[in-house]
Write a protein that binds this ligand. Sequence first.
Ligand SMILES: Cc1cc2nc3c(=O)[nH]c(=O)nc-3n(C[C@H](O)[C@H](O)[C@H](O)COP(=O)(O)OP(=O)(O)OC[C@H]3O[C@@H](n4cnc5c(N)ncnc54)[C@H](O)[C@@H]3O)c2cc1C
Length: 484
Amino acid sequence: MEMPDPDVVVVGGGNAGYCAAHAAAERGRRVLVLEKAPRQHSGGNSYFTLGSIRFVHNGIDDLLQILEPDERHVHTEVPPYAAAEFLSDLERVTEGRGDKALANVVVEGSRDAIGWLHALGLRFRLMYDRQANVGPDGSFVFWGGSHVSTVDGGSGLMADHERTASRLGVQVRYDCAVTDLIAEDGAIVGVRVGDRRVSAESVVIASGGFEANPRWRQRYLGDGWQHAKVRGTPYNTGDLIDAALKIGAGRGGDWSTCHSVPWDASYPQNESNRALTNRLSRYGYPLGILVNRRGRRFVDEGADFRNYTYAKYGKLILEQPGSVAFQVFDATSRSMLQGYEYEMPGIVPMVADDLRELALAMDVDVEEFVQTVCEFNASIDTGQPLDPTVKDGRSASVKPVKSNWSSAIESPPYYAYPVTCGISFTFGGLRGDIDGRVLTSSGSPITGLFACGEALGGLFSGNYPTGAGLIAGAVMGRRVGSCV
Ligand SMILES: Cc1cc2nc3c(=O)[nH]c(=O)nc-3n(C[C@H](O)[C@H](O)[C@H](O)COP(=O)(O)OP(=O)(O)OC[C@H]3O[C@@H](n4cnc5c(N)ncnc54)[C@H](O)[C@@H]3O)c2cc1C
């Protein structure tokens, strides 16, 4: 395979890598993207996303500048999302453990990055299907801070990136696993692809985290994590993080936590499934209850909107006996679930007209389960009306408490959906500065070496607000591309 020596090598063709590549190519740099996956499996985790992207904006009039036309826009209300709100969402969900300088840069650069991507040819839409409620007059009211996605989700995002890269003259080589970094006199001067050498002035590590490496998961996230299901690409095994650490790069961010979600436990092909991707997610738990094999609840399903809890609940499920739990609904709450997830082709819920029958079908402790449901039903504050569009305070005062959206499980048939832990990406990566320069553990920059996207640690810890991964990759990729 012909391998030109470029100015800049970008390792990894996901959203962050392409943002770095576009920004560098716009400055006249000769850019080569080296991608480990064959073309038909390329796009990294970015391909598997819904394309949901969180950024600061000023409401619908502002958004119209970047949205594809849609006749619903005239009947749509999108609350502005201010920088202070984005920062406080990050601060709250990470419990203050994220890198504040990095968070500031991502938040402050987010609107501008979207405008830049739009000008480059990326297409955006409002997420009517997932983030809006329909008001009594038929208008659409958005909620949850993350309102916009790319057109056609992750596959559309990556098709747009590839088209843009080709127009800007970026070279891309698939099936090209970078195996090492080449350092000379303390500076990075290229990479190795097996026994081939590719020289470059700058190398950008945009090769994701280590979520698809079961050994590293067990080592850094803890015992049991080797059994988590990989939601996205199987190619993010931390190769370049490892190579960078070996030449003295520091570790950045929280290596002990990750993004992991409630995920279908019974579909046979429930890992790295490019056709079903997000349809295997099970995010309807705020409307029901979640029980383990003992028939007991173990989490506040209604602690917050799913946008702010889903990324930490995978871990709690992993910790349950057998790393399995069941989302339980009755006919009323079942009818409010997203068909995209709960009517996935091949989905196998347990259905019964009686709670005992349902417990038997789930193979959970029957007496405990019936008691759990009865106590839950009896403890609901029915004085508050159920309203999924706001945190309605309709709580169930059992242990653990359910803070919002509590609705009695009383109208048969009853449904149970088995879920397990699906890992999306790891939060730990390389240590970097606010321009993505990779730093040693003592904090000095390594000449010629940059990182962005999941490979750059620091932004998230323990939890994550939806749509923050793509925007972090876009802002930091763009910043890196303007430095290399
Ligand atoms: C199912 C799922 C849904 C998600 N939904 C959303 C969402 O809607 N919105 C959001 O903001 N975030 C979402 N995320 C998180 C999001 O995917 C990531 O934050 C983002 O895509 C990371 O981009 P990246 O470019 O850093 O990594 P990736 O997109 O994973 O790209 C890394 C690339 O590096 C390549 N690579 C790895 N090792 C090597 C090597 N040795 N040599 C060469 N190439 C290599 C990989 O093959 C891959 O193509 C989701 C994640 C998953 C798994």
